[in-house]
Design a protein around this ligand. Sequence first.
Ligand code: CTP
Ligand code: CA
Length: 225
Amino acid sequence: EQYFSRSSDLVGLDIVITAGPTQEAIDPVRYISNHSSGKMGFAIARAFAQRGANVTLISGPVNLPTPSKVNRINVLSAQQMWQIALESAVKNHIFIACAAVADYRVADIAEQKIKKSTNEMQLTLVKNPDIVSDVGHLTENRPFTVGFAAETQQVEQYAQDKLLRKKLDMICANDVSNGQVFGAEQNALKLFWQNGSEQLPETSKQQLAQQLVNKIVERYHAKEH
Ligand code: CTP
Ligand code: CA
């Protein structure tokens, strides 16, 4: 009975998750990106799918297999991720932003490979759209919105600021001051919502994902349903 309920108690719940880094082209052969492995987002996708939820995983370029029964959409740039994410967000109950979206993109992508000439060269960068903030600020068909915050200092303060600024229902704060979260197998998270918080102690990303799913579902139901 335990097994049965575990494998199907979230049937009918529609979840969309962004994961991995984005890749911002400089020219046809070069790009700007970051070290996100996508593991946490994929673990959350798998944990939801294992309980019967309908999961859409919008993934940047990562080297991970698609979890069973998850609908995966691959993207490269932040702008591509933004477009698919906003389209999906309004059709789902819960939106979870795990992706390490590049904050900036190159203003003018060179059509041809840039040749080496001067000793110094400059790239002009422009800010990318903030995907989770745009979802959080939706006025129609807004899903329950969950963000992450990777911080190297003042973790609680910055996480709480992001919760408010991006209009999130929940934020999961990650202390990356030791530089070991990217690609690591273990992680710890501190969760914040409007009027509460909870610490999830360090464990495997898969275990953490299962605990996080419990917490997200609990807060989702506490909010309006
Ligand atoms: N995020 C997003 N779109 C962006 C930037 C961030 O959806 N263009 C989301 C991330 O997926 C994460 C949350 O916003 O859920 C916080 O990301 P983070 O990089 O910590 O915050 P920023 O607002 O980009 O602020 P900063 O990098 O300056 O700390
Ligand atoms: Ca950022």
